[in-house]
Design a protein around this ligand. Structure first.
Ligand code: PLP
Length: 305
């Protein structure tokens, strides 16, 4: 399949050296967040072949699912604006918050929003409510929640292909993981051990990845860095995120990369990697998640600066 080309994409995403850690390990970061200001990170990887497929198939609308603060909804809306693709977001929950920054931006970009009951959202296309909505479009192309289909997986294999082509021999790669699609795609094409940080406390993460990657790949799930689960934070995590933006000059979102990078530095401090090794952290984007988080955050001390 020919892949879609958008103007202004920064690919390959740069690998930056963060210097020698006191443990004797050279730490690097792959700045997936720099791929595009509006839909960088793993979102571009997951959308790339979905957008190509949309264009090939003469569809009339791109329809997708997401929560009210979803990075995926934000990214789809922006990519479809640039590609002039009519798009519809089916949003979890019927409560409409007129000030929600994620949904305001999506609407401004041209996405039509339809709020679903939580029950219908859970069942997706199996729900009568969703089938009714889809039947109103002549040729809808449905992208699953988070872009987590085979096309999304394929786009994520390109993270590892890029790393290999960028020419530094890493001893380990660390990535934050939610559903597991991004990590699975990456591991499938990787030549390095991959450490997968289970930031959402997802109980099926091991199975999801194991079903999608060849058995000779080296990978491990890290289960101790979820800080309580999806969207849960504490003062330690927020202080860490705020200190990293000063020390390293990049922003970490509180749902994925704050926890993923915290895990990386914790493993370095605990001597998980031998002296002299090279470790790469994959910064998967999610910058809009910081705006969404700060909007919901009620305590000044827990705000991300
Ligand atoms: C910024 C960011 N990083 C990481 C992930 C985790 O990706 P996955 O669900 O493919 O594991 C997501 C969710 O898609 C995300 O928005």
């Amino acid at each position: 399949m020919n892949s879609i080309q958008l103007d202004g994409l920064r690919l390959p995403s740069p690998i930056e050296a963060l210097g020698l850690h006191p443990s004797g390990v050279e730490l690097y970061v792959k700045r997936e967040d720099l791929i595009h200001p509006a839909f960088g990170g793993n979102k571009w990887r997951k959308l790339k072949y979905n957008l190509s497929e949309y264009k090939l198939g003469e569809y009339t609308q791109l329809v997708t699912f997401g929560g009210p603060f979803s990075n995926h909804i934000a990214a789809v809306a922006q990519a479809c604006r640039i590609e002039k693709i009519p798009c519809v977001g089916l949003i979890r929950g019927t409560y409409v918050d007129a000030d929600n920054p994620t949904l305001i931006a999506a609407q401004k970009a041209g996405m039509r929003l339809i709020h679903l009951t939580k029950e219908a959202y859970r069942e997706k296309e199996a729900a009568a409510e969703v089938r009714q909505i889809l039947s109103e479009f002549s040729r809808p192309f449905v992208v699953p929640e988070g872009g987590g289909n085979a096309l999304g997986f394929r786009g994520c294999t390109e993270i590892s292909q890029e790393i290999i082509a960028q020419g530094i021999a890493f001893d380990a790669v660390v990535i934050p993981s939610g559903t597991g699609t991004t990590a699975a795609g990456m591991i499938a094409a990787s030549q390095t051990e991959t450490l997968v940080v289970n930031v959402l406390k997802n109980p099926s993460l091991t199975d999801v990845i194991a079903h999608q990657v060849p058995s000779d790949k080296r990978w491990q799930i890290l289960s101790e860095y979820h800080f309580g689960g999806f969207a849960k934070v504490d003062q330690v995590l927020i202080d860490f995120i705020n200190s990293c933006s000063v020390e390293y000059g990049f922003q970490l979102d509180p749902i994925y990369n704050g926890k993923g990078f915290y895990a990386t530095l914790d493993l370095l401090a605990k001597g998980r990697f031998p002296k002299g090794s090279k470790v790469l952290y994959i910064l998967t984007g999610g910058i809009q998640g910081i705006t969404a988080y700060n909007y919901r955050c009620k305590r000044e001390a827990l705000r991300i600066k």
